[in-house]
Ligand binder design. Structure first.
Ligand code: V0V
Length: 141
């Protein structure tokens, strides 16, 4: 079902400040950044310099709007780990398999994630208190 840990997501109030912190403190490098209007985030993906393409990345997530998931998370919990994302080859198949085990998915159909991936989330109450994301990467050509 799961082929890799795709990324770990941290909610941050200020994306540029968080990028600078992770670059200057830990030497991480930004590989990608984008605005996802539907998800209400301005995000960046970072990786350790020794890691190959496809290795687990760190995702920094800043809110675009006060009613977004990240803004609500920051209000309730403050900055910190917000999600764990598993890479899958077929997000619909993963959704079906998890539904069959009685887990609640947040969306009926996959939505658009980072770099045109297809994503869904398992409700944190059904995954040990962790917001688990399923990511089917876009095909790389
Ligand atoms: C809320 N809860 C969490 C949580 N957020 N627990 C663990 N991790 C989190 N991130 C807990 C919360 O404390 C409540 O526990 C309970 O879940 C239900 O909370 P709620 O008030 O009913 O719901 P909300 O309004 O806090 O929403 C929570 C959910 C929301 C997970 C439904 O954040 C959501 O829709 N997330 C999916 C979208 C998302 O996170 N987008 C931003 C990343 P108690 O108090 O009842 O015990 S975008 C992204 O990752 C992209 C683009 C990508 O990777 O490609």
């Amino acid at each position: 079902l799961v082929t890799a840990v795709d990324h770990v997501g941290i909610a941050v109030p200020d994306l540029e400040a968080a990028i600078a912190f992770h670059r200057e403190t830990f030497g991480l490098e930004v590989t990608h950044s984008e605005v996802n209007e539907e998800q209400g985030v301005h995000e960046a993906m970072l990786r350790a310099p020794g890691d190959a393409t496809g290795a687990t990345q760190l995702q920094l997530l800043a809110p675009l709007r006060p009613d977004s998931a990240i803004a609500k998370f920051l209000d309730r919990s403050g900055p910190g780990l917000q999600q764990l994302a598993f890479r899958v080859t077929d997000v619909e198949a993963a959704m079906s398999a998890l539904r069959a085990k009685g887990l609640r998915l947040l969306y009926d159909e996959p939505r658009r994630g980072t770099a045109n991936s297809r994503i869904n989330f398992v409700h944190p109450k059904d995954a040990g208190g962790v917001l688990v994301e399923l990511v089917e990467p876009a095909e790389v050509h």
